[in-house]
Write a protein that binds this ligand. Structure first.
Ligand code: SAM
Length: 193
């Protein structure tokens, strides 16, 4: 699917104002303002704001099998998929460290949604310590070519340009007095021979 088709589907499905565009560098750029009904349905610390997954899904209607990494209590009714977390209390499909993903059959998925702890302070709310983002991105590079990784964070993680192309950068504001976040969408490239 072309990136412009993704944007058009997003507008058609969500009926939100057109706030995503193709930049001159060929990437999707834009900003989402989530509005007042942003609350986290599950009440889990750091959970996705309401409506987040529906927006991403509208950009990726062609995806068949999703993996939620740093899944917490992700809303399975918004986007069903397998889950990875180090917190046994959330009963993930794979109780595994996102920095290695040793037990996860990454080749089975065509989209990965990742929501890491953003800071050391945030990480204190969960079982493990702060993650090394570049390790997670390296572990994820075992996905098949064409797989997208949708990464919600406050920084752009380090990545290898031989492995990944950035196809979208979307700023996200919940409402006043909340942190500004950024959604970066990586596309896995064919391995060089
Ligand atoms: C920001 S929360 C994700 C919340 C989720 N998006 C939701 O809607 O509920 C981050 C999650 O990452 C998990 N986590 C932290 N470090 C991890 C690691 N190294 N590997 C796997 N999961 C980890 C935490 O247990 C926590 O559930």
């Amino acid at each position: 699917m072309e990136l412009q088709e993704r944007i058009d589907n997003y507008v058609k499905v969500t009926k939100y104002p057109r706030s995503l565009f193709i930049g001159e560098d060929g990437r999707i750029v834009g900003t989402w303002i989530m509005g007042n009904a942003y609350g986290v349905k599950s009440g889990y610390y750091g959970g996705y704001p309401a409506g987040y997954l529906a927006r991403i899904k509208a950009l990726f209607p062609d995806k068949q099998k999703a993996l939620h990494v740093f899944s917490g209590r992700v809303d399975q009714s918004a986007w069903p998929g397998d889950t990875v977390d180090l917190n046994p209390a959330v009963e993930p499909t794979f109780l595994d460290d996102a920095q290695s993903l040793e037990n996860v059959p990454l080749g089975d998925y065509d989209i990965v949604l990742a929501d890491p702890p953003y800071s050391v302070e945030d990480a204190e709310h969960y079982v493990p310590s702060m993650v090394k983002r570049n390790k997670v991105i390296d572990a994820l590079s075992r996905v098949k070519a064409g797989t997208h990784v949708v990464w919600l964070d406050q920084v752009l993680p380090m990545y290898r340009k031989a492995d990944w192309r950035i196809v979208a950068v979307i700023g996200m504001v919940k409402s006043t007095n909340h942190r500004f976040r950024v959604i970066v969408v990586f596309e896995k490239l064919e391995a060089e021979v």
